[in-house]
Design a protein around this ligand. Structure first.
Ligand SMILES: [Zn+2]
Length: 170
């Protein structure tokens, strides 16, 4: 297993739409393992493959609370089937270090995807898990949380990320 470098905003690769996985090969499974390890190490509760420079439709999520056992969920070729209701969550993103913003999303989501064995599953989620599914699915379409903000908040978020990147280099 290996930690993968996470692309940071405004890396143009974050804007590319990811392509479907055609076959779940050992290389894909290794990528999924490494993505999970990278997410836990960061730490974060979700990571999409194009955040580590691989333009494939894969994301991993663990939305378990700190006092709960870990709950790794793997989504390959996910497809959102239903969105319902409204919620606002203070979101962060591993590609936007040092910045969080309140984002409005659907309260409930129904999503289907393949698991690591290539078996299709359907998941209905609410709360943080629903937020994470929508956030990570956006990544696969090249959409980022900053896109959901007003012009002023976009500038503020961009500045926070530049500051965090400069501090990480120092
Ligand atoms: Zn993100």
């Amino acid at each position: 297993m290996a930690l993968l470098p996470i692309l940071k905003y405004p890396d143009p690769r974050l804007r590319e739409a990811a392509k479907p996985v055609e076959k779940i090969t050992p290389e894909i499974l290794e990528l999924v393992e490494n993505m999970a390890e990278t997410m836990y190490d960061a730490p974060g509760c979700g990571l999409a493959a194009n955040q580590v420079g691989v333009p494939l439709r894969i994301f991993v999520i663990d939305a378990a609370a700190e006092d709960e056992p870990s709950d790794l969920k793997i989504f390959i070729n996910p497809e959102i089937l239903e969105l319902d209701g409204v919620q606002v969550w203070e979101e962060g993103c591993l590609s936007f270090p040092g910045a969080t913003e309140e984002i409005k999303r659907a309260e409930r989501v129904k999503v289907k995807a393949l698991d690591r064995d290539g078996k299709e599953f359907t998941l209905e989620a609410d709360g943080l898990l629903a937020v994470a599914v929508q956030h990570e699915n956006d990544h696969l379409n090249g959409v980022l949380m900053i896109d959901k903000l007003s012009a002023l908040k976009k500038r503020m978020m961009s500045k926070k990320v530049e500051k965090a990147k400069a501090e990480a280099r120092a």
